[in-house]
Write a protein that binds this ligand. Structure first.
Ligand code: URA
Length: 237
């Protein structure tokens, strides 16, 4: 909500008074003087008028989790344990997932209470590279590299996938970098060659790497720099 409206509502002041207070430099947002009444205040901002606290601001929370296989990427599920069940945190009902992984996929998953941030993370326009280690039932032929780089047609969505980079690490093991997240995308891409994915693990989203110190099921807070790494769109090769 706009700063001037917050002040009118919470401090019960009329608009004219609010305008004068803001223009007079009496209002601080997160400790800094704010003279813009149209500033969009978020629930995470601390707002003060002179020495009076108008809004305390909730802490914004950001976590990376090493999702294990067999745990569902949801906040609630009838049959399976969810990734939220793995967190030992207060007010878990305020948290949501910034992206998902299939039940039988492991790896990097982001969880937050900041909807604006998670939209940055998941926004297809940001083109963050998502990197997966893939294990397959059959050998991976070199022709996959060219096919994935060209893009594959997905009839259901009527679209061609964005260029993806495949590195073959072993006959049945590869690293795949995608810049989008279509439904079961990795499995469908290998499915094009009738090659079943038998192991899938996400290691990176953009420049953020799954912390190697986290065992499956463990999580940690993101650092301020890691949170900020999602602020700007980035395109990686
Ligand atoms: N692609 C898949 O097929 N599954 C995932 O969990 C992520 C990407």
């Amino acid at each position: 909500m706009r700063l001037d409206r917050i002040l009118s509502n919470l401090a019960h002041l009329n608009r004219q008074t609010v305008r004068q207070m803001i223009a007079g430099g009496r209002v601080r947002v997160d400790g800094n003087c704010c003279r813009d009444g149209r500033f969009e205040v978020r629930i995470f901002n601390r707002v003060e008028l002179d020495d009076v606290l108008v809004q305390a601001g909730k802490p914004a929370r950001y976590f990376m989790l090493h999702k294990p296989v067999g745990v569902v990427s949801a906040t609630y599920h009838e049959a399976h344990r969810t990734v939220i069940d793995l967190l030992d945190e207060p007010a878990k009902d305020e948290l949501h997932l910034a992206g998902r992984l299939d039940l039988n996929t492991s790896g990097l998953l982001l969880i937050t209470n900041d909807g604006q941030w998670s939209r940055h993370v998941t926004n297809p326009g940001s083109r963050k590279a998502k990197v997966y280690l893939v294990e397959t039932e059959n050998d991976i032929a070199p022709e996959y590299i060219e096919t994935f780089a060209r893009g594959l047609y997905f009839a259901f969505e009527d679209l061609t996938t964005l260029p993806a980079k495949l590195e073959i690490l072993a006959p049945r093991r590869a690293r795949l970098s995608l810049h989008e997240g279509r439904y079961h995308q990795v499995k469908r891409m290998f499915g094009h060659f009738q090659n079943k994915v038998i192991g899938l693990h996400r290691t990176h989203i953009g420049s953020l790497e799954l912390d190697p110190n986290l065992a499956p099921g463990q999580y940690r807070q993101l650092s301020a720099a890691e949170v900020a790494s999602f602020a700007e769109p980035e395109i990686q090769g």
